[in-house]
Design a protein around this ligand. Structure first.
Ligand code: KG4
Ligand code: ZN
Length: 384
């Protein structure tokens, strides 16, 4: 009989629930996104996020249970994201998870959100019939996080879904997360929120338009595996301010967005070749930085695999560049599918499995930890 864990995720702007069997088989996965609620503010508003989680949590969990063809009483354990995240948002999932566990008499497992992102890669690999060999380096890159870990099995002879993993933080962003930089650059160019997906597509159609500006590699003192994206974002801002010819098309795109015209084709028709080339140069700089630092770590540590997870892992150029660079280095690279890249609860249920098996359970004193805000990214994985 398999172990079926109900995962609950509410750390940011997605309310999600999923059932995962034995840490690898996704029986159901339901995600209610709040993007439409936050779009007009150009970012996640914490108080609105908490209220939306309150509205969504019960129907989302019910839907996950129904899609798996189960009853609540059938689950073997309940896993909740403990942090990092917006503390008010986390508390909704934690309180609901604790209450369910108490009412049903089921074990409760607390999961680190970043460990969830690592497990999203294992879930995808399992679905594709591939095995992730450890040790690995894992880049978690989203709107709230840009962090690089070394991932090993606690017992190298055990690499199945129930194996305990250990993590060592190698580097992290010192300022903005990569996805945050995408969102801020999209906003200043009048391309809406969130900005990653549209910038990705615009960069791909820039063709050979001459680069209006070149962004060099980010140089930093100290840890060479740290990241920094706020300087790049500011360089885009200064370039746009110094070139008044961008102003008119930015205004036209902002007006289009206000009319609800946010489709790719609609915005593309309002972008000059110069804007497309600017977006391409911004993306080149982000991708070069993420790939080079990650591959430097992978080669130095002589790992078997590179794992890339989080919303920005959906980026087409990032994927292609990692594939090419890793192939040349003889290292396998793994990404989750789009659905598993962004926040979801299947990754939380998967990450909970080894803890459940080891009897590492939470109780009713469980609380959210380390509020995370976008301008102050922190990671708790290495601290735990
Ligand atoms: O993991 P996620 O859903 O949520 C958190 O921020 O935790 O990631 C969302 C982020 C946003 O910043 C969004 O702009 C970015 O991922 N993103 C992308 C792409 N798709 C989403 N960034 C670059 N290229 C993409 N294709
Ligand atoms: Zn996340």
């Amino acid at each position: 009989m398999s172990t079926r864990i109900l995962g609950i995720e509410s750390s940011c702007d997605e309310t999600a629930a999923a059932i995962v069997a034995d840490g690898r088989e996704i029986l159901s996965s339901v995600v209610a996104s709040q993007i439409d609620v936050h779009r007009k503010y150009g970012g996640v508003v914490p108080e609105l996020a908490s209220r939306e989680h309150l509205r969504q949590i019960v129907p989302v969990v019910r839907e996950a249970i129904a899609q798996a063809g189960m009853k609540l009483a059938d689950v073997d354990a309940i896993a909740v994201t403990q942090g990092p995240g917006l503390v008010g948002a986390l508390l909704v999932g934690i309180t609901y998870g604790k209450t369910l566990a108490q009412a049903l008499g089921k074990p409760l497992v607390a999961v680190n959100h970043l460990e969830g992102h690592v497990h999203a890669v294992f879930l995808e690999a399992h679905t594709a019939g591939r095995a992730v060999k450890l040790p690995a380096v894992c880049l978690i890159v989203s709107g709230g996080h840009t962090v690089l870990y070394e991932v090993k099995a606690e017992d190298p002879s055990m690499q199945d879904a129930g194996a305990r993993l250990c993590y060592r933080k190698l580097g992290q962003t010192r300022d903005d997360a990569a996805g945050e930089a995408y969102d801020k650059v999209a906003k200043l160019l009048g391309l809406g929120y969130p900005g990653g997906a549209i910038l990705d597509r615009l960069a791909a159609v820039s063709n050979g338009a001459a680069a209006p500006v070149k962004f060099g590699p980010t140089k930093m003192k100290g840890n060479a595996l740290d990241f920094s994206f706020s300087g790049l974002k500011t360089a885009v801002l200064y370039h746009v301010r110094e070139h008044p010819e961008y102003a008119e098309e930015i205004r036209a795109r902002e007006e289009a967005l206000q009319r609800g015209e946010r489709k790719f084709e609609q915005l593309l028709s309002l972008c000059s070749p110069k804007t497309l080339a600017l977006v391409r140069e911004f993306q080149n700089a982000v991708v070069r930085d993420l790939v080079e630092r990650t591959m430097t770590a992978a080669e130095k540590l002589e790992v078997e695999s590179v794992l890339v997870s989080g919303g920005v892992a959906a980026n087409s150029q990032l994927r292609a560049t990692f594939e090419a660079r890793a192939r040349a280095a003889g290292i396998e690279v793994f990404f989750p599918s789009r659905a598993l890249s962004t926040d979801n609860a299947a990754m939380i249920a998967a990450a909970a499995y080894s803890r459940f098996r080891a009897g590492t359970l939470a109780d009713t004193s469980l609380n959210g930890y380390k509020p995370q805000c976008r301008s102050q990214p922190r990671s708790c994985l290495a601290d735990s």
